[in-house]
Design a protein around this ligand. Structure first.
Ligand SMILES: [Fe+2]
Length: 507
């Protein structure tokens, strides 16, 4: 691979002995794109193991449910430049029950995945274009590779760009097909649509390039679409998340967007951060009309992920990871991939916004400055005041010698003080988003951090992967259990914890 330049300088792409990921498809070898090598290389394996080997510690008896992660695994050589959002979605699940852990990984059988499998090659371009509006479905490949959640008896997978949600069996990971709630859902769903664990409602949003540019809605616990509201924005936006409290939803209008006329002309979506425009957050009654949104203007920023929101008297509070530089300067030496590589170098830090519904006042401030993202909180506290967030430390070129998106440490934040505990995964070891897993039967009466954190790591020194279980009260002591996975688990985006009461109900 000596002809490759971008990949050579990036640590997660090669083992210490120089070897590359052994299970990667052969077509990756000649493509000079770091997101196809090393920890990012797609695997060619779908596997199933009834009982994972315990390397150290023990699986807690009250860890009851499944850790599921979703990430890109392109099957065929891409037609054009590859972006991580283009890889066919694959789910990786570790099932915990009675102190034993099983494992399975499987591709999501999206419409595009199936069509390309039938043809034996790639059909759709990816997010770097060129957009092909003549293709069926989306003009770029809808991979469903970004987010995963459990709702209405099934796993649902989602794509970052607002795509078709897919329904999968929670235990076999078999794709059941498009999830449209018996034909009631006529639109796409964005990643980070949310399931409210208290009301068991799916709160969703969808964004698009035509007026009104955003929709917001709710599916109730029976699977009926009970709310679907247009939200008027000034133009097309790419909101990545929403906030949710018992009475409100918080909608995002960030000044990081594209020009539709330019997209139509160039067939490429060029993102621009408009540093002179405010970020607006729209607080709307949860079951209200789009016309009832109250917009609050804040300092210009982009926000990928909300940690939690709650109500305090007349105030609505939102905590998240905020970026003031969502489009870092591209390095010309990285050629035609330079903008994608820059975009993937996330810069974000823990931040709080407070919106006064009576006076319109906004209070916003940093909680801490460490570059972290992919935050998770105790799901039982969704919409209620919470104290802890479990984030990933984002590695960087200057300090870590890594110019691709890689997670080097697990950070447990106290979001009241900004203080944190830290666990570094180790030299050449890279982590995954780490959800909080409540103990079996836990409620909000249980201490907020009395539970577990489950994650997957991949060791680029020998291409082994592991599942780690932490005691959420104390992560600096390291994992309380380490399980060996049957294959290298490539980089992934989002994860979730599925309660055993939901997924084992028929067993
Ligand atoms: Fe996300």
């Amino acid at each position: 691979m000596s002809q490759l330049n971008i990949t050579e300088s990036n640590i997660p792409l090669r083992a210490q002995d120089g070897s590359q990921a052994p299970d990667a498809p052969a077509w990756t070898a000649d493509i000079d794109n770091p997101y196809l090598h090393g920890i990012y290389a797609p695997t060619t394996l779908e596997t199933q193991v009834d009982q994972l080997e315990v390397m150290s510690g023990a699986i807690p008896d009250d860890l009851y449910g499944a850790y599921v992660r979703n990430g890109p695994n392109p099957v065929f050589k891409p037609r054009f430049n590859h972006h991580p959002f283009d890889g066919d979605g694959m789910l990786y699940a570790v099932y915990f029950k009675d102190g034993v852990a099983g494992y399975r990984n499987r591709w999501i059988q999206t419409d595009a995945h199936c069509a390309e499998a039938e043809k034996g090659e790639s059909i759709w371009p990816g997010v770097m274009g060129p957009f092909d509006f003549s293709l069926p479905g989306f003009p770029i490949k809808d991979t469903s590779n970004t987010d995963v959640m459990f709702f209405n008896r099934h796993i649902i997978s989602l794509w970052y760009n607002a795509g078709i949600p897919y329904q999968l069996d929670a235990q076999t990971l078999e794709t059941k097909g498009r999830e449209n709630f018996d034909g009631q859902l006529t639109r796409a769903l964005s990643a980070h649509s949310k399931v409210d664990p208290e009301k068991n409602e799916l709160v969703f949003f969808d964004y698009f390039d035509e007026f009104p540019y955003l929709r917001y809605g709710i599916v109730d616990h029976k699977g009926s679409v009970i709310h679907d509201e247009p939200i008027e924005l000034p133009g097309p936006r790419l909101p990545h998340d929403i906030g949710l409290t018992p009475n409100f939803v918080i909608l995002h209008d960030c000044p990081f967007y594209h020009d539709v006329a330019l997209l139509e002309k160039t067939k490429k979506r060029v993102m621009t951060f408009h540093r002179d425009e405010p970020t607006r957050f729209g607080v709307q009654p949860r079951y209200g009309k789009g016309s009832e949104v109250i917009w609050f203007e804040c300092e210009p920023c982009y926000i990928l992920h909300v940690i939690n929101c709650w109500e305090e008297g007349d105030w609505v509070v939102q905590v998240g990871c905020r970026s003031t530089n969502p489009m870092p300067k591209a390095d010309p030496a990285e050629g035609e991939l330079s903008h994608m590589l820059a975009y993937m170098r996330l810069e974000a830090n823990l931040y709080v916004w407070k919106f006064n519904l009576k006076t319109g006042e906004v209070v916003e401030q940093d909680v801490d400055t460490l570059n972290t993202e992919f935050p998770r909180a105790n799901p039982l506290y969704m919409g209620y005041k919470s104290r802890y967030s479990y984030n990933q430390y984002i590695m960087n070129k200057a300090h870590d010698g890594i110019g691709t998106l890689a997670f080097g440490a697990l950070i447990k934040y106290d979001i009241q003080t900004g203080e944190y505990q830290r666990y570094d995964y180790g030299n050449g070891v890279f982590g995954s988003e780490t959800p909080f897993c409540p103990r079996r039967g836990a409620t909000r009466d249980t201490a907020e951090d009395d539970g577990y954190l489950v994650t997957m790591v991949t060791d680029s020194n020998d291409w082994t992967s592991y599942t780690l279980i932490f005691d959420a009260k104390n992560i600096t002591q390291g994992p309380i259990c380490k399980l060996k996975l049957p294959h290298r688990a490539p980089f992934a985006f989002h994860t979730n914890w599925l309660k055993g009461e939901d997924i084992y109900m028929n067993t």
